[in-house]
Ligand binder design. Structure first.
Ligand code: FAD
Ligand code: FES
Length: 321
């Protein structure tokens, strides 16, 4: 994605909405309206942190039709490279950051006659916008929302008040209340679509149960808040740009090539959209594929890599970039 389409924004509100979760409200510096976005879309938030530019994707959780501001909610992740900690601790009212255009990799399937949302923790964010969209269209939906404790769970009270306890069910680990996935998914009318967002294990478990119950693949939708995992440093040779770049332990290949001034395409930075797919010319080790995009055959071929999340176990990889 070209940096030229990014929008410069000012932080106009910061609200602590739960333990470790803050909501940020952004308004455009040029005073123009934001684009209307579909529920489920995210933006890539970019800001300067010392000498580096950080770019993290966040789901838009404000009302999709509200063009006056965009809002995101951020969980402060303890074991990380510190992007979420920076947003929590360093970003203040009036600061300026940059947002990409909204990208929707988790859309509502308009064919659905009923929509079941299953959220775990911060995975609630895309559903906030999706439920706003569906409620305005008078469509049938239910939310099943699992939280660690009631103080860790963001928005559960507000959502229950807004949409009613018949449509919003809260399950709290600390109270030994868990989503009854199997009976719930076993009792849905034909034409129901399922959407799940939360920890990886939850997504795998819910989708596995749905498949076991015979749900059609096209009715299953999920989004993973995947981030680039750390690993041993290695070297990347870029044939078209004629550059050699070092990828540090806490950097992705994409971040390393960006820091070297090479403009590589991206949309999600989380291994899901396919934009950063890059041809591999040579690799002296093993490619560690962390994405959810490439088919197994492409992963096995050793000829493709998603540079936003994948790395290598080896010394050097040569890319057609
Ligand atoms: C499409 C999409 C939408 C998203 N929407 C949201 C949202 O609405 N709200 C939200 O809070 N987040 C969201 N995320 C996640 C978000 O982009 C960031 O990954 C998150 O905020 C953590 O950022 P970070 O810079 O603090 O950590 P990152 O450095 O990105 O690390 C995140 C994870 O990487 C691993 N990791 C990285 N470094 C280390 C290390 N040194 N030691 C151990 N483990 C490590 C850990 O598993 C850690 O939890 C979304 C992600 C995607 C792909
Ligand atoms: S940027 Fe989306 S898969 Fe890499």
């Amino acid at each position: 994605m070209s940096i030229n389409t990014d929008m410069a924004v000012r932080v106009t509100a910061i609200t602590q909405v739960a333990e470790s979760v803050k909501r940020f409200r952004f308004e455009r510096l040029d005073g123009k309206p934001f684009p209307v976005f579909p529920g489920g879309a995210h933006v890539v938030v970019a800001w300067k942190d010392g000498g580096m530019i950080r770019r993290n994707p966040y789901s838009l959780m404000s009302a999709p039709g509200d063009t006056s501001a965009y809002e995101i909610s951020v969980l402060r992740v303890e074991k990380s490279r510190g992007g979420s900690a920076f947003l929590h601790e360093k970003v203040k009212l009036g600061d300026t950051l940059s947002l990409s255009q909204p990208v929707d990799l988790f859309p509502i399937d308009q064919r659905g006659r009923k929509h079941i949302f299953m959220a775990g923790g911060i995975g609630i964010t895309p559903f906030m916008a999706m439920m706003d969209q569906l409620s305005k269209l008078n469509q049938n939906f239910e939310l099943h929302y699992a939280v660690r404790t009631r103080t860790h769970g963001a928005y559960w009270q507000e959502l229950t008040e807004r949409y009613g306890a018949h449509r919003v069910k809260i399950y709290c680990d600390a109270e030994k209340l868990f989503i009854p996935t199997e009976p719930l998914l076993g009792a849905q009318p034909l034409g129901t679509h399922l959407y799940v967002c939360g920890p990886g294990g939850m997504i795998d478990g819910v989708l596995g149960t749905a498949r076991k119950l015979g749900w059609p693949e096209e009715n299953l939708h999920s989004e993973r808040f995947l981030a680039p995992p750390p690993g041993a440093p290695f070297t990347v040779k870029l044939t078209r740009s004629n550059k050699t770049v070092e990828v540090a332990e806490h950097q992705s290949i994409l971040e390393a090539v960006e820091a070297a001034g090479v403009d590589a395409p991206f949309m999600c930075r989380g291994g899901a959209c396919g934009q950063c797919e890059t041809n591999v010319t040579a690799c002296d080790g093993e490619i560690l594929h962390h994405d959810h995009y490439l088919p197994q055959a492409d992963k096995a071929s050793g000829k493709k890599i998603m540079i936003c999340v994948s790395r290598i176990k080896g010394k050097e990889i040569t890319l057609d970039l």
